[in-house]
Design a protein around this ligand. Structure first.
Ligand code: ADP
Ligand code: MG
Length: 293
């Protein structure tokens, strides 16, 4: 194997929109039979926008949003950004925040103006002592439309929900279709709810398997299991929560514009966040390896 051929390959890669960290990554990509993708920020643009607010009980819509935004101002999650932006657009006042806590993969909590406020998924509501059942019922139609839903508890009581829309990346469906034609098995792993995950998968043209409600550690575990079962796995992701899974795959594909941790954990970066670059990178890998052999 001449290192020269690989260098040619990686140089062409930059023009194809892929940044290859080392030759092994390109070789591994040629051999993969399974592509695992994260949902938020990988299949979708990862720039969610608030589209609906629903309140339970007496709290006012703007009060709910302001309390949630006060907590989320301390989080770097894309969902947090959607809430903070929406509150700012409405000119809502931000409260005084103390005791902020981030619960990776499930939500955030803090005291705002003396109230205990929690924003996150059903698991996080239970942690806060709130019953998510009524919120789950109100969330269903939003999720079926592909929106992500965050629940809010105030002083241990379910208080309402915020729904956010996060459009698919324009390249997602076409890239997945091309990879399926190449014979790859397509799997989605997400921390989001099953209903939202299924709706997004359908919009992307369908995947072979959808695993939802996952904790960040679960993603790496599932990759390890797939590999133990004999699969050759590429994992595409963008977030801090994807870093262990990117490192656990035969080849990690980080979305350009994603977090630095994801990029550091991956062998290949899709520079423009374009999933179509995976297809181009595989063609490049084939050509490069043919040159070597
Ligand atoms: P994903 O796999 O969809 O990128 P994460 O693993 O980061 O998501 O989070 C899983 C779920 O936990 C989210 O869908 C959301 O319901 C909840 N969550 C995580 N972080 C936050 C946050 N800062 N604010 C509200 N909810 C959050
Ligand atoms: Mg993500």
């Amino acid at each position: 194997a001449t290192p020269m051929a690989v260098m040619v390959g990686t140089g062409r890669g930059a023009r194809a929109g892929v940044l290859v960290k080392h030759a092994e990554a390109l070789q591994a990509l040629e051999r993969v039979d399974t592509l695992v993708v994260d949902k938020t920020g990988t299949l979708t643009e990862g720039k969610p926008k608030l589209i609906a607010i629903e309140v339970l009980g007496a709290v006012e819509e703007n009060r709910l949003l302001a309390l949630a935004a006060a907590v989320e101002a301390h989080s770097e999650h894309p969902l947090a950004h959607a809430i903070v932006t929406a509150a700012a657009e409405r000119g809502l006042p931000t409260g005084t925040v103390a005791d902020f806590q981030s619960h990776t993969g499930s939500g955030v909590s803090a005291r705002v103006d003396g109230h205990a406020v929690t924003v996150g998924n059903a698991r996080q509501m239970e942690q806060a002592g709130a019953d998510p059942a009524a919120l789950e019922a109100r969330a269903a139609p939003h999720r079926q439309a592909g929106a992500g839903v965050m629940f809010i508890a105030i002083d241990g009581k379910a208080a309402g929900l915020l729904a956010v829309a996060d459009p698919l990346r324009p390249s997602a469906a076409g890239a997945l279709a091309a990879l399926r034609r190449d014979g790859l098995r397509l799997v989605m792993l997400t921390g989001d709810s099953r209903a939202t995950a299924e709706a997004v998968a359908t919009a992307a043209g369908g995947l072979d398997e959808v695993r939802a409600g996952l904790h960040p550690d679960d993603k790496a575990q599932i990759i390890a299991e797939l590999r133990a079962g004999g699969a050759k796995v590429a994992m595409a992701g963008d977030g801090i929560n994807d870093a262990p899974a990117l490192a656990a795959a035969d080849v990690g594909l980080a979305m350009g514009g994603g977090t630095d941790v994801a990029i550091e954990s991956a062998g290949i970066t899709l520079v423009r966040g374009d999933l179509g670059a995976i297809v181009r990178a595989r063609r490049l890998a084939e050509a490069t390896m043919t040159n070597i052999r």
